[in-house]
Design a protein around this ligand. Structure first.
Ligand code: ADP
Ligand code: MG
Length: 664
């Protein structure tokens, strides 16, 4: 081995650059933070070629004195802290004094700066870490830093840079974070001379969300605020139907710094638990302020991770802030919207809400739904026997539903119950009670369903399964939908509870998968292309995934700088609105691009398509629909689990039931 030697400073800087400067977006982040630390109220960001050719950031901040310019690019030189104690009370973004040195070691940097009270400014050029002499320069007060040809002297790193649009997507993301956290600063972002954003100062957070995301999203956000034990929380949170497939639209700022923290992420998911599908993520713009000494920001070179003195307190405060707001908000509009199955059908529904979930309801609504489901259940399943003391018939697990003993007939509705129950759950969204009910036995006769193999009919335990009474429903031909979410059917040796969404999802997934493999996936051209607003990131992801999307029957075309036109759409997804689908699709691409194999990405996309096209928990189904669903389930591979791996059905054997009823 060679002798041990201290490395030359330039090499040390290059190594440090590996940590701090990953791509053009990292440069933008560092320079923007420097401008904010300098007290700037106007900052312009100009980018060329995704930042590969040029990044220029001009601010009207405090400026740098001419004799200090070389120090600004010296490693570990900073004006923000002076002694160790300062490390524990950091109020600025920067403090490590290594960003400019690192950037300057791997690019060509020009700094022009003038302090407000100085007659003139000064300029300094650094080429791959080599400083030229400082020269006098004219210019307005403030600082302009131009970074050109990033990684020109580290070809291995330059090779790893992506296409300009992809890099621009990352830059936009950094810009977005800064813009959200600093509504008092006037900010602009341009790419190749085209102005992408002009954000006036003095805006509200909601204004910024409207400008950076969409007006529709901004209008629907709920404000949250909470202050307890030195912890201040405020911000805007999305409605459950704003949910996204990834946590990308979760912006959490700690003392103004955008961070990722697993305790906070967990609290966010927890706050929305039961309000959206577990695979979805809420949209959140949250600002936490804690005393500087309650958090250590010096644990990550880019400072996106922090260490809290007490993570549990942060977790519980975030959870409480969101939970209180969500529980005190009437989300019923959302609930009805997402249950309105007819409104979602077809392409004509105007601007469908993104990511509609059927699981959005308040505790009161839930109680009402359970009450209605119970009533439906008794209406549809009918009396087990007409004599009060007879044992319950096998098709009606009423003992559990009513908490009565095994030998006691339920008393609920006993005098209002019609003699022949209706077998058709009401499919109209508003449950119109006057809908004519078809007699169950007639229905069952008209619609024979796939019955279980008669050779294994439940005769094994005659004591527990008395033969059906005359006039009673043929057990295998009757299905009960409970809570508009689960289907209960009788099986050979007990009962099966099917998760309607999970099973349908699997069926559609398999069908889509087969069609993609055979190249037979049918797509329909939209007569009038629907337009969708997208972020720069989404646009870049879309361009990259073009062929993959085409194989899925999704035809997208750019339609302006931040708009995409949906030209074609998989036929199977006609229930879903193109705008909703494409928005979520692009989010998923942004989240996964480059991280997973093409095969995995395809799986995720099919999975998402299946999830969207499938009936939802909360959708009422007719007997025909239930029968069709169960019949299709029999012919599909891997029907026991949904594409996420969760079970689609749960079986309860007679033996288990008997054990529960203490009959054995
Ligand atoms: P840090 O931000 O951690 O101090 P940097 O390398 O980013 O380290 O910057 C070094 C120093 O250069 C800063 O401490 C600051 O004094 C000065 N500086 C950098 N950018 C600006 C700017 N836009 N306006 C005024 N001063 C700046
Ligand atoms: Mg800095």
């Amino acid at each position: 081995m060679a002798n041990i030697a201290t490395l030359p400073q330039l090499l040390v800087n290059k190594i440090a650059a590996g940590e701090v400067v990953e791509r053009p977006a990292s440069v933008v982040k560092e320079l923007l933070e420097n401008s904010l630390d300098a007290g700037a109220k106007r900052v312009a960001v100009d980018i060329e070629d995704g930042g590969k050719r040029l990044i220029r950031i001009s601010d009207d901040g405090c400026g740098i004195a001419p004799d200090q310019l070389p120090l600004a690019v010296a490693p570990h030189a900073t004006s923000k802290i002076a002694q160790e104690a300062d490390l524990y009370t950091i109020a600025s973004f920067g403090f490590r004094g290594e960003a400019l040195a690192s950037i300057a070691s791997v690019s060509q940097v020009d700094i022009v700066s003038r302090q407000a009270d100085a007659i003139e400014g000064a300029a300094l050029t650094i080429n791959g870490g080599d400083l030229a002499p400082t020269t006098p320069a004219a210019g307005a007060p403030g600082t302009t830093i131009t970074v050109q040809n990033l990684f020109f002297n580290t070809p291995a790193r330059r090779k790893f840079l992506r296409r300009p649009n992809t890099e621009m997507g990352h830059i936009s993301e950094q810009f977005t974070r800064v813009a959200l956290a600093n509504p008092d600063v006037h900010l602009t972002l341009s790419h190749n001379g085209r102005l992408l954003h002009e954000l006036p100062a003095g805006a509200s957070l909601r204004d910024r969300v409207a400008a950076l995301f969409s007006r529709e999203l901004a209008q629907g956000l709920l404000s949250v605020a909470r202050r307890e034990r030195d912890i201040e929380i405020d911000g805007l949170i999305g409605l459950p139907q704003h949910s996204r497939p990834s946590s990308q639209w979760q912006y959490v700022f700690l003392n103004g710094r955008c961070i990722r923290d697993r305790f906070i992420s967990h609290a966010l998911r927890e706050a929305y638990r039961g309000l959206m599908e577990p695979s979805r993520q809420p949209v959140v713009f949250l600002f936490l302020r804690v005393p500087a000494e309650a958090v250590d920001v010096n644990v990550h070179p880019a400072k996106t991770e922090v260490r809290f003195a007490d993570s549990n307190v942060i977790h519980s405060q975030v959870l409480a802030a969101l939970r209180d707001r969500l529980l005190s908000t009437d989300l019923s509009a959302t609930y009805q919207g997402s249950h309105n199955a007819t409104a979602r059908k077809g392409q004509s529904a105007p601007n469908p809400q993104p990511g509609q979930s059927c699981e959005t309801e308040t505790p009161e609504q839930r109680r009402e739904r359970v009450r209605r489901a119970m009533a439906d259940f008794f209406k549809t399943s009918g009396p087990p026997q007409n004599t009060p003391n007879a044992p319950p018939a096998p098709t009606t697990p009423t003992g559990e539903m009513t908490q009565t003993g095994p030998n006691t007939a339920p008393t609920m509705n006993s005098d209002t119950r019609p003699p022949l129950p209706s077998a058709i759950p009401d499919t109209s969204p508003d449950h119109a009670p006057e809908a004519p009910a078809q007699p169950a036995s007639q229905y069952a006769a008209d619609h024979p369903s796939p019955a279980p193999d008669p050779s294994t009919a439940p005769q094994a335990n005659p004591a527990a399964t008395p033969p059906a009474q005359p006039g009673e429903l043929e057990p295998s031909k009757h299905y009960v939908q409970i809570h508009n979410s689960y289907l209960v059917t009788e099986s050979d040796d007990g009962m099966v509870i099917v998760d309607q969404h999970a099973l349908h999802e699997r069926i559609i997934y398999e069908r889509l998968h087969q069609q993609v493999s055979n190249g037979t996936l049918s797509s329909q051209r939209l007569l009038i292309p629907e337009t969708v607003d997208v972020t720069a990131n989404q646009m870049a992801a879309m361009e990259k995934a073009g062929p993959l999307l085409e194989s899925l029957g999704v035809l997208l075309e750019p339609f302006g700088p931040r708009t995409v036109a949906v030209q074609g759409f998989p036929t199977l997804l006609e229930r879903v609105g193109p705008a909703e689908f494409v928005g979520d699709l692009l989010d998923l691409l942004v989240a996964q691009a480059g991280k997973v194999s093409r095969e995995q990405l395809l799986h995720e996309l099919l999975d998402m398509m299946a999830c969207k096209a499938a009936v939802k928990a909360g959708d009422p189904l007719t007997q025909q629909e239930i029968e069709a669903l169960l019949a299709q389930g029999k012919n599909v591979d891997r029907a026991s689990n949904c594409p996420h791996g969760r079970p689609t059905s749960i079986k309860l054997s007679l033996a288990q039931l008997e054990k529960q009823f203490k009959r054995t």
